[in-house]
Ligand binder design. Sequence first.
Ligand SMILES: NC(=O)c1ccc[n+]([C@@H]2O[C@H](COP(=O)([O-])OP(=O)(O)OC[C@H]3O[C@@H](n4cnc5c(N)ncnc54)[C@H](O)[C@@H]3O)[C@@H](O)[C@H]2O)c1
Length: 524
Amino acid sequence: MSLPSRIILSGFMGTGKTTVGKLLARKLDYDFVDTDDLVVSLSQKPIARIFAEEGEEMFRRWESMAIDQALAREATVIAVGGGAVCFRDNLDKIRKNGQLVLLKAQIPTLLKRLSADDSRPLLQGEDKEGQIREILAKRASAYSRISLQIPTDNQSPEAVVEEILRVLPLESRALRVELGERSYPLYFQKNGIESLNLLLQRHCPAERVVLVTNSVVQRLHGAKIARHLKRQHDLKTIVLPDGESFKTLKTVASVYAKLVEFKVDRKTPLIALGGGVIGDLVGFAAASFLRGIPFVQIPTTLLAQVDSSIGGKTGVDLPQGKNLVGAFYQPRFVLIDEAFLKTLKRREFVCGLAEVIKYAAIFDAKLFRGLEEHMEAILKGKGAGLEPVIRRCCELKAWVVERDEKETLGLRAKLNFGHTLGHAIESLTRYKKYTHGEAIAMGMVYAARRSVERAGLPEADVERLKALIARAGLPTEMPAFPKAAYRKALMQDKKRVSSRLHFVYLNKIGKSVVIPTPLDEILV
Ligand SMILES: NC(=O)c1ccc[n+]([C@@H]2O[C@H](COP(=O)([O-])OP(=O)(O)OC[C@H]3O[C@@H](n4cnc5c(N)ncnc54)[C@H](O)[C@@H]3O)[C@@H](O)[C@H]2O)c1
């Protein structure tokens, strides 16, 4: 079990930071330090006196220094006051240097634990309940940004320690998509299915869960997941036919019918197990059924792991075009397990690699160099050891989604690099000849060529991109349809604004720009 070297426990007074912290430290053979004790030793004054003589602001300065001291230690459990984590700079340095755990308790529990305690400078006077409510209300928004929260009501300190140790290995490696109250974690774990019950319990507790997958994934992975889920849940399963051609309103209607039959209520989570098709469709069903029920993504293709499972775009196709109906609806969590990739057909794996190359080309020159160095090993491993690459793509996607969730600011639009022509190719070949990844691979090479003139991309970078795409086993040259046919296909682009398209260009490998461009300047 790999644990962070510094585990920082925070929480309101009375949540048990010190007791739990000492127990946890003993169990892990870590040191324990309480930043309140460091404040006393730094200031040479008891905390009550600092408050009385210097005021709370000065106390916060001492506390910040104490946090710096504590974070300089290794293998240490650090108890930090519940007010400290409400300050951005404290929170930033804590997150950078360790794993933060917030202990929680309901107000009656806090009152019971604090009623006889008169040593708290922030809780003086008769109306303790009123004061607790007031302070909690002030801290609510800061606390809501802490992902790992452990309830302590009716729990012994030993049980709280056990719970921390159960979730810490997963949480300490999780990434978080920060979207206020719609924030959610991305968990990375090989054979992570074994943690699914625990994660469901933490993020969407319910007796009944509905697993939605397709016939291919069900055959390969369904039984194992069902066995695990059944240990703690009343499991219902929906198996849909495989393929993009079933990403339709008709299939969504069939899902609704099953959900009614299963007596699904507003708390029942839908678990989307599959590639982008299942993720998009189940997400849309979850967004719309009962006006929104919880949903969880377990992406099983590379494309879904690096792209479609993150960011909340859900939807289905219409006969008139792809993804024309949908909603922005974020999952409760995403569980990413590279082990699924083992059973993926090579062509589907490579399709996902096209998206990985896309992230590198538009945002991350270092990732691009890494892919150049290791492409053959990546192809050979088919997922094995790919987690750092997947993780980096997820970081980039999360970063984009946090800043431009609904694609209104032009940043999320950069993820469409290669997609304008890619979509045109898919539509001209009726979605049969090429996978999505193959189509965007050709689209990326085309966009890179256009970038030389429009965005100053060096010719050498076009060649690097083309070479990497070819080494991944993806095509680089667009099929030879007449220009008029491409023009017609581009006119159907969802992102068209009058006769201009928001076209994504590269300035250099790792840097991109969106320029509204007339159709005739795209198709030269
Ligand atoms: N929501 C978004 O932000 C977003 C982004 C990109 C793409 N998409 C959508 O994603 C879809 C494409 O996703 P995709 O490429 O994952 O396609 P997909 O879901 O059709 O999966 C590809 C194939 O792989 C099979 N498969 C899935 N997991 C497997 C596994 N572990 N082992 C063996 N076979 C497995 C599937 O059954 C399918 O046949 C498109 O509908 C696209 O519109 C959505």
